[in-house]
Each structure stands twice: as structure tokens, then as C-alpha cells.
Write a protein that binds this ligand. Sequence first.
Ligand code: NLE
Ligand code: FE2
Length: 327
Amino acid sequence: LGGITLLADNTKAVTVKDPWFPRHASDLDNCNHLMTKYEPDLDMSHPGFADKEYRARRKLIAEIAFAYKYGDPIPHIPYTETENETWKRVFNTLVDLVPKHACKEYQRVFNKLIEEKIFEPHCVPQLEQVSLFLKKNTGFTLRPAAGLLTARDFLSSLAFRIFQSTQYIRHINSPYHTPEPDAIHELLGHMPLLADPSFAQFSQEIGLASLGASDEEIEKLSTIYWFTVEFGLCKEGTETRAYGAGLLSAYGELLHALSDKCEHRPFEPSVTAVQPYQDQDYQPIYYVANSFEDAKEKFRRWVATMSRPFEVRFNPHTQSVEVLDSL
Ligand code: NLE
Ligand code: FE2
């Protein structure tokens, strides 16, 4: 009997990981912790701070995200005239810039989204429709998020090919740049590349690397995420183009990033991971990848140097993560 107890204890000792991390896509119902720094209710410099109606709208849409559970369809938001107008302004500036400044992978899917009438100038696309589109293309799906999530919660969802997406719209008074994510940033910035197979794979690998990682490693992974998925540039022949979502949803910064007013450095995970950054204003430094494939290769080699004493593997049939102990 004693032996059996011991065995049970040993089993427990190797299967319970600290810090806790989601093992199944449904565990993401517990991965919705918010960072509060950009809340319009708390931040006096937020363009919505003095706008009661805007704050009430944000609250309503946040409640939808908090009530969301794994397996639910994403609730349809009847966007207001003002919200559709904000989308239209950003969308129309982007249509002009994409052919010249976005990477080819982005352009391919962006055009497809327009052809399939998921992206239209006059109304904000619905997340549910976009989620179905992604699912068909790379298996990624969306779930609504109430605001800027903690890095650990956000990155963990990527391991399951799930992207936590905000659903509210930025304030009409600052359409061309916001420091916080909003549905316009998610849709125009992130959706096209999440439908690209190579980029989807890269995103998932960042997520898998984050599961059970130490706080210090989460910080490094989110810095890499910041300089690639959010603000990355890449080479295309002799040109430099944007693939970062924070650039493709903000036309002022897109032009800034490709001008000579900032610094370009080659993407090198061990260096990029410790680069300090701020999220208030345009970036002074951007990292340039040779291609997604090259970024993925370099990232893999860097992840292999992480200290985690186990490996994780995603099982798409069950939407779960299997943990393999490597002693
Ligand atoms: N600056 C971006 C935009 O205005 O769309 C949002 C960045 C979120 C990290
Ligand atoms: Fe983003």
C-alpha cells in the first residue's frame, strides 16, 4: 500500500507544474486577467476619459468578454455609426499604404478578406466571421478579451492557436494611433497574418514556449513578441516592409517605421529579448527579420536555451497540451 501511495505522489510531483498553465483550450476561461494601465476610467490622458458615453460603451463590451466561455459563439456587436466611421477612416488610409509597405504575406490575405467581403470600408467586421475565416486557413480561432491582458495569459492562448481579441473600438478623436489594443488594431493588424500558415506557426511556438515559463522568461518572450508580431519589419528583396500589427493598424507609425527617423537592427532573439521598450509612443528601434522562416528558425534555436525542465506538445485533436518530462 505504502508503495502505491509513493507512486501516486511521484506521479503528482511530475505532472503538477508551477506556475500553473492551461492544459486545454477551455482552461483559457481562466486566462483573462487584465493590465489596467490604459483603462479609460483610470487614465486621465485616455481620449475617452471625459466621455461618459464612450466609457459606458467600453464597459458593456468588456462585460461580454468576461461572460464568454469556451465553445460559445462570439457575440455579435451592433457597432454604432461613430464606431463604423472610426473603422472606415483607418481602413481607408491603410488601403492606400498596404501595396507599398506591407509584406507580401499580409497583402495576400488582406486582399482575400476584401474579396470575401469580410473587410468592408463601411462597417467593423464581426469577430465571429473573422474567426471562421482563420479557422479555415490556419486553425486559429478568436475569443473576446476585455482589454490588454497580462503577458502570461495572452501568450498562453497562442499555444492553442487561440487569439484573445478585444472587441471595442478606439475613440473617434484619435483614430490613427492608440497605445492600447482595440478591435481595429486586432482586425487590421493581426488577422491577415494569423491566416498565413508560416506566421501562425511562429505565433503558436511563442505561445508554447510561454507555458510554465518563469516570470523572467515571460518578460523575454513578450519582448520578442513586441518586436516581431507587434512591430516587426522584414526584408523583401532590397526593400524593408512591415509585418507588425501595431504598424499595420496605425498609419502614422507605419510611415515612421519605414522612414530614416528610427533605427533598424537585425532580428536576433537573444538580443531582441532584452531590448527595453515603451508602449506610449512610436518606437525608436525596430528589428528586421530576413523572412518569417528565418525568424522562426532563429527563435527555435533560442527557445532551446530556455531553462524549462519539460517539453510541451499541442494535440490538435483534443485541443490540449501534452507535457513531456525531459530530465
Ligand atoms: N498603436 C497601435 C494602433 O494604433 O493601432 C496599437 C498597438 C497595440 C499594441
Ligand atoms: Fe496586438
